[in-house]
Design a protein around this ligand. Structure first.
Ligand code: CDT
Length: 360
């Protein structure tokens, strides 16, 4: 049975330090309406979509910093965020969006240090339910706590403002997003094997740097994920962050950064037999900080089905059939038959690299 889904990435162009919340919200609403005219049922927005990518700045004033954060518990009611969820409900479109989550319990600060204000988070809103049905907190936080000594460096102070995500890689089902699916206890559900690939779509969220780490993808793969959603803000040129043996022009560096982004989305989608969708915040923020575009939708065979053509506000759209995940899941990457967990111990017992002894 086909399980088709009309899917969109809402890529955003730059959001500046001077952009107001209202201006940015208006752009998000416009993108959602554009996706709706294409018939999209699910729209992904970028990481920290509501503001500029503020972790590149050293912000010491607590009041100023609090302007970039929102509480998860008031997303559906706060004037800063509610208009997007209200429109999603009206248009009957599920959305996933990234934002800086204010730590209401103050637990994040006690884990990671006094400066930490919360988590780099994304949520999944089900329009049919009218509620947020899943939340993910970014696990892999790149960059540094303190700015680089080089005054011209592009900083990424995520470790300063955010605690590492503590919700794991929890896959979830998107309620009633796709027609004609099996439900628990429903007719035709006899054994566990009978339901594989026939229920409500299985989704997983990750945020930006997470896409570079195979561990998260495999955690989702082991839950039968069919679609991974990933919003991002990726610098086009940041030699202090990623290091360079060979000097590169900003143009060469950006080409490489887009290549690595797509490599992660394509390779990991293939190796976990799932679709993926990625949405960038792109372009030149504050006239100075370049972010890559390259938002795309990729298939379980690793092909790019649709991709952004600009570095501005743009909808990337594709109609997919989740049934296409079955080929990989049942053959090349049938985990149950082919994985050898007794050989993978290092993955969860060791963090850094330990080289073999030097030869004599
Ligand atoms: N936002 C985010 O996580 N950006 C990082 C930059 C890393 S620099 C190597 C990313 O992985 O795209």
């Amino acid at each position: 049975m086909p399980r088709t889904l009309k899917l969109a990435a809402a890529q955003m162009g730059p959001v500046h330090l001077t952009s107001t919340r209202t201006e940015t919200m208006d752009r998000l609403l416009t993108l959602l309406r554009q996706a709706s005219t294409l018939g999209a049922q699910l729209v992904l927005f970028p990481e920290t979509a509501l503001t500029t990518f503020f972790p590149r700045h050293l912000i010491t004033s607590p009041d100023e910093l609090s302007n970039y954060f929102d509480s998860a518990s008031t997303l559906l009611t706060s004037p800063n965020t509610a208009p997007l969820f209200n429109l999603a409900k009206e248009l009957n479109i599920d959305i996933s969006i990234g934002f800086a989550e204010w730590d209401e319990s103050a637990a994040a600060g006690s884990v990671a240090g006094a400066n930490v204000k919360g988590y780099n988070t994304s949520v999944y809103y089900s329009a049919r339910k009218g509620e947020i049905v899943a939340k993910y907190r970014k696990v892999h936080l790149p960059g540094t706590v303190e700015p680089f000594s080089n005054p011209d460096a592009v900083n990424q102070l995520e470790k300063r403002y955010f605690a590492p995500g503590n919700l794991g890689f929890q896959a979830f089902r998107a309620p009633d997003l796709v027609k004609s699916v099996l439900k628990k206890g429903g007719h035709g559900v006899e054994a566990k094997e009978d339901v594989k690939g026939k229920g409500d779509p299985i989704l997983g969220m990750m945020i930006c740097n997470d896409r570079r780490w195979v561990e998260g993808w495999r955690c989702y793969g082991l839950q039968g994920v069919e679609l991974v959603l990933c919003g991002y803000n990726t610098a086009g040129f940041a030699p202090d962050l990623w290091g360079t043996r060979k000097p590169m022009t900003p143009e060469e560096a950006e080409t490489d950064a887009v290549f690595h982004h797509k490599l992660c989305m394509q390779g990991n989608s293939y190796m976990n037999s799932c679709f993926s969708v990625s949405a960038a915040k792109a372009g030149m923020e504050d006239g100075k900080y370049d972010l890559i575009g390259g938002s795309c939708i990729t298939s379980p065979e690793g092909h790019v089905l649709a991709e952004a053509k600009t570095k501005g506000d743009e909808i990337v759209f594709a109609e997919i059939d989740l049934e296409d995940c079955r080929q990989g899941m049942e053959k090349t990457f049938d985990f149950g038959r082919h994985r050898r967990i007794e050989q993978y111990g290092l993955i969860t017992t060791q963090t850094g690299v330990v080289e073999p002894e030097l030869l004599g």
